[in-house]
Design a protein around this ligand. Structure first.
Ligand SMILES: [Zn+2]
Ligand SMILES: [Zn+2]
Length: 94
């Protein structure tokens, strides 16, 4: 089961993660690209942007510590996650 978190705006929702670039794009309403993988059992859904995807492609698609430092994943509630998704023009499921 996915853990719940308490969002200031949406209340108690499932935990999700997005890279810092997407997290910042929510307020700026500035599309940065949206790649994501769906929630699985106890793994929350997680999203990353075009530049993070490019980094992954250039570096053997491995989720190294270096990549995670670059992406600087932020915790979001599932509604904030959907909001981020809705401002993006291109959505890719990975
Ligand atoms: Zn990113
Ligand atoms: Zn929220």
């Amino acid at each position: 089961m996915i853990e719940k978190i308490l969002c200031d705006i949406h209340g108690s929702k499932e935990m999700s993660f997005a890279c810092i670039h997407i997290a910042e794009a929510i307020d700026a309403k500035n599309p940065v690209g949206f790649f994501y993988s769906e929630a699985e059992e106890d793994l929350p859904q997680i999203a990353w942007c075009n530049s993070c995807e490019q980094y992954l492609l250039d570096n053997g698609e491995e989720w190294t510590d270096q990549f995670q430092a670059l992406a600087d994943f932020k915790m979001l509630c599932s509604d904030c996650f959907d909001e981020a998704k809705s401002i993006e023009l291109e959505i890719h499921l990975r």
